[in-house]
Design a protein around this ligand. Structure first.
Ligand SMILES: Cc1ncc(COP(=O)(O)O)c(C=O)c1O
Length: 432
């Protein structure tokens, strides 16, 4: 597949054919997949690589047991699940032999009350990825706009449903600002527009005022604006209040998606995802969806999370402090541009003339630390890495190993001695 991506020197675009083969030991052109078993693995299981956090894949690639990696490539709450949620999940296993409530009524009511919206505006799924796919399949829009760089499942869901996809790339050069007129015009050409807030991987938080103009454009065109707020819960109160659209749930043209897997660190349990929309849309999704989408353990864990305000306060305070400390450390660890982030991850840009993200990711992987190359995020290209914010001690280890890796792959001395220069054309450049 060929992509138009911004050049790493920030001047214009270039064509990138197939992502580099970092995520795939198979030859370029076969896509990001690896077959387990063909090389002495587990019986010919084809493993597709789309996301960070694949510890089984990392284990096969770097030769460490999955549990030995320090994973900064997927972004979940570094505090781990609330203990009450784990207790509730364990207790729910006593009901493992019975079907769960097909439509998760109790959780729906409690979550709706927690969000301050009506339960008939909510539907739940086995993680939010499932809901993204279900929504697109149900509505089968002719054309989908994805404001990018963004979570790849928006595009995958649209392609799987046979939609035409238009990426609307935001530029790292201007801090991923929204060129509103152009965006509104792209959104009004589609029946569905995906927007993530705070965005991943950039970490930028957009104001509700900006998104309201986009909503209006989508609505005027008879389409839907799908706002993914999966990471909104990590933002402090003041930021959430100026950005979240949840209080508008039920308004025509608006869909909000979020999940328990990130904020409450229930990714492995597939902590439920949720979708809020109009009564009509939610009814349609329920009618056309599978029953039993949320298993008994995930439902029990999620209900316990909702009662744990202390955990959320602690999450926001600690993640905010750790993120700022990590951002400072990253700026000192190498000649990296660190984008200001509002969630539990940070995006770094590598200097133009240095090694590519893939080399750094590989060097870190060999040291047992996983970070996310952003080469496969549409619109970014090969010079970007995303790292999760973890606990202070883990972040310090990341910084130490990143410094070491950078020295190794760049063949340079420690980065503190590398002064920053800027090119006349505005693209960042770094003197050795
Ligand atoms: C922006 C965004 N939205 C949604 C998801 C899906 O999360 P889940 O299916 O675990 O709920 C992810 C996962 O990485 C994500 O990054």
């Amino acid at each position: 597949m060929a992509y138009r991506v911004p050049r790493r020197d920030g001047v214009g675009e270039e064509t990138q054919v197939d992502p580099p083969s970092l995520l795939s030991p198979c030859p370029p052109g076969e896509g990001s997949s690896v077959t387990e078993g063909g090389d002495g693995g587990e019986g010919g299981v084809r493993r597709l690589q789309f996301h960070g956090g694949d510890l089984v894949w990392a284990s096969r690639r770097y030769g460490l047991p999955p549990g030995r990696f320090l994973d900064f490539s997927s972004s979940v709450n570094p505090l781990g699940p609330p203990p009450a949620a784990l207790r509730a999940a364990r207790a729910a296993l006593r009901r493992a032999a019975y079907y769960p409530d097909p439509f998760s009524g109790a959780l729906r009511r409690e979550l709706a009350a927690w969000l301050g919206i009506g339960p008939d505006l909510l539907t739940l799924g086995n993680g939010s990825t499932e809901l993204i796919h279900h929504l697109v399949r149900c509505r089968s829009p002719r054309r989908v706009t994805v404001v990018s760089p963004a979570f790849s499942e928006y595009r995958r869901a649209a392609e799987a449903a046979g939609c035409e996809v238009e990426e609307f790339p935001l530029s790292p050069g201007d801090g991923f600002a929204l060129p509103m007129d152009a965006l509104v015009s792209a959104a009004s050409r589609s029946e569905m527009t995906f927007f993530c807030n705070p965005a991943s991987p950039s970490g930028k938080l957009y104001s509700r005022t900006e998104l309201l103009s986009l909503l209006e454009a989508c609505r005027d065109a008879g389409g839907l604006l799908v706002v993914d707020e999966s990471f909104m819960g990590f933002c402090p109160d003041r930021d959430r209040e100026r950005a979240t659209m949840i209080h508008l749930a039920g308004e025509e043209g608006l869909v909000i998606i979020s999940t328990f897997t990130k904020l409450f660190a229930l990714a492995g349990l597939r902590g439920p995802g949720w979708l809020a929309g109009t009564r009509g849309l939610v009814g349609e999704l329920e009618e056309k969806g599978f029953p039993w989408r949320v298993n008994v353990a995930a439902e029990a864990a999620a209900r316990a999370c909702l009662g744990d305000e202390g955990y959320l306060r602690k999450t926001r305070a600690r993640v905010g402090a750790w993120r700022e400390e990590l951002a400072r450390g990253l700026r000192e660890a190498g000649p990296f541009r660190v984008f200001p982030g509002h969630a539990n991850y940070l995006l770094l840009r590598l200097p133009v003339e240095g090694p590519q993200a893939v080399a750094v990711v590989e060097g870190m992987g060999r040291r047992g630390v996983l970070v996310r190359s952003c080469h496969d995020f549409s619109g970014l290209g090969e010079g970007f890495i995303r790292v999760a914010v973890r606990r202070r001690r883990e972040n310090m280890r990341l910084l130490r190993l990143l410094r070491e890796t950078w020295c190794e792959v760049s063949g340079r001395g420690p980065s503190r001695s590398a002064p920053v220069t800027r090119k006349v054309n505005g693209g960042p450049s770094w003197a050795s």
